[in-house]
Design a protein around this ligand. Structure first.
Ligand code: B12
Ligand code: SF4
Ligand code: SF4
Length: 373
């Protein structure tokens, strides 16, 4: 009973510290092979990860690491899932229609990359957990962690923080930590906060008190599936990355297949449509995190600015920003495709110039754009 009380105390403390450092939500999930994870190997086998080879990482026995955290990290017994709201008081992409301007996803308007914002907070929670564990009687102090007679959960303390890169499908663990349900657009939605949430996780060897999974509140709605311009949501809860504008504009290197370019509209980095149309985001509150304050030039940015950007300007403007991921080539390629999709003839002189660009990906995209004009 005494041990149970301590588990409750540590669990409550973890959640309190998570709130203190600015997380909007925090919950605990046990480490299990949840039913949703059975879909992961099928998703990989169907090629829905596109060129994101890191999604296919396998253990020495050939098992997909992300399909089973239990197998990939046997010492982990609980996952602390934290969520940080990044919504700001700006219009949705579906409310804006200026042919000269493109769209950068809502999550990338701030000064700092979310990996850093979330990780910084996770580390504080983790440090507090370590401190508390060291001074508590719950589990075995590290000097005694070689005992072979202890149950695994108390064999010394271990923990690990991840934002994106851990061997787990974060959204499945977020569901079982009660943070939100998995929507038909495959995003985590919270009843009060909507889906403009970043996730971060701490794996721990402690058996913390789990939360209840969040119930699915999508009901009969299919707005996200109907609104996706490239039909990337091939069925409820199933996304084919090869068709997703977010993947194409951020992760895909080289040229983008011609047949899908038309559906990309004026998106130059990421895509928010399947969240913009979601009724649960209609009244989504705004974030308290100062680093997500939008930089005005990135909200609905001018396409000619992005299309002509130099390497030096790219480095300066996007220092510390998530946009570094697409690199200068990717951003200019995307801007050229967006110019073609805008059908605004004012871009013709610039596109003619870009047809001769020294970057072959940009030049090829500009030639295609000119053919469209
Ligand atoms: C790879 C990746 C992508 C890829 C693939 C997306 C995807 N849906 O898988 C791309 C580049 C397209 C992408 C896009 C985006 N991403 Co992303 N991405 C990831 C990453 C690194 C892995 C996701 C993953 O494991 N996918 C594998 C597939 C199989 O998982 P899944 O789609 O979640 O599907 C599960 C369930 O839907 C489930 N399922 C549940 N019920 C049912 C029922 C049936 C019948 C079936 C078949 C399946 C099923 O099965 C799957 C699990 O096996 C995670 C971080 C992480 N480590 O988890 C971030 C993450 C999911 N991304 C995030 C974000 C913010 C985005 C974007 C919004 C960014 C943007 N604005 O452009 C978009 C959203 C697009 C979308 N609708 O999902 C956030 C999501 C936060 C949230 N509120 O949900 C995460 C968690 C990053 C983070 N740390 O905050 N992303
Ligand atoms: S992010 Fe855009 S392209 Fe990807 S599934 Fe959602 S609406 Fe479709
Ligand atoms: S738009 Fe509708 S179906 Fe899609 S995630 Fe939101 S509530 Fe669910």
């Amino acid at each position: 009973m005494a041990a149970l009380n301590q588990v409750t105390q540590i669990t409550n403390l973890v959640k309190q510290v998570a709130r203190d450092v600015g997380f909007d939500l925090a919950g605990i999930a046990p480490v299990r092979d949840f039913a949703e994870l059975a879909h992961f190997p099928d998703w990989i086998a169907a090629g829905h990860a596109g060129e994101m080879k890191y999604m296919e990482a396998r253990d020495p026995r050939g098992r997909l690491k992300r399909a089973s955290l239990r197998a990939a990290v046997p010492w982990a017994h609980s996952v602390i899932v934290c969520a940080l709201n990044y919504n700001t008081a700006q219009p949705y992409s579906t409310q804006i229609n200026d042919p000269e301007r493109g769209w950068i996803s809502r999550y990338a308007w701030g000064r700092e990359d979310y990996h850093e914002s979330v990780m910084r907070r996770l580390r504080v929670v983790d440090a507090r957990l370590k401190e508390t564990f060291a001074s508590s009687t719950h589990g075995v102090p590290s000097s005694d962690n070689t005992s072979a007679h202890r149950p695994p959960a108390t064999k010394g303390f271990q923990s690990r923080c991840y934002v994106d890169t851990g061997p787990l499908v974060e959204r499945v663990y977020a569901k079982y930590a009660g943070v939100g349900w998995i929507g038909k657009n495959s995003c985590i939605l919270n009843q009060k906060l909507g889906s403009w949430l970043f996730l971060g996780v701490i794996l721990t060897s402690l058996e913390l008190e789990p939360d209840l999974p969040a119930p699915d509140r999508c009901g009969t709605c299919t707005r996200c599936i109907d609104a996706c311009p490239t039909d990337a949501l091939i069925a409820p809860y199933q996304l084919d990355s090869n068709r997703c504008i977010s993947y194409l504009t951020i992760e895909k290197r080289g040229t983008i297949p011609e047949e899908i370019r038309g559906g990309m509209g004026r998106h130059v980095f990421g895509c928010d449509i399947c969240q913009d149309v979601c009724p649960w985001n209609r009244k989504a509150p705004v974030t308290n995190a100062p680093e997500f304050e939008p930089r005005p030039e990135l909200v609905n940015p001018a396409l000619d600015w992005l299309g002509q950007m130099s390497a030096e300007e790219f480095r300066r403007v996007f220092q510390g920003s998530p946009l570094r991921r697409t690199k200068l080539t990717g951003l200019r390629r995307n801007a050229v495709i967006a110019m073609a999709n805008s059908s605004d003839r004012r871009f013709v002189p610039l596109l003619k110039k870009l047809e001769q660009d020294e970057d072959p990906v940009v030049a090829q995209s500009a030639q295609w754009a000119m053919e469209k004009f």
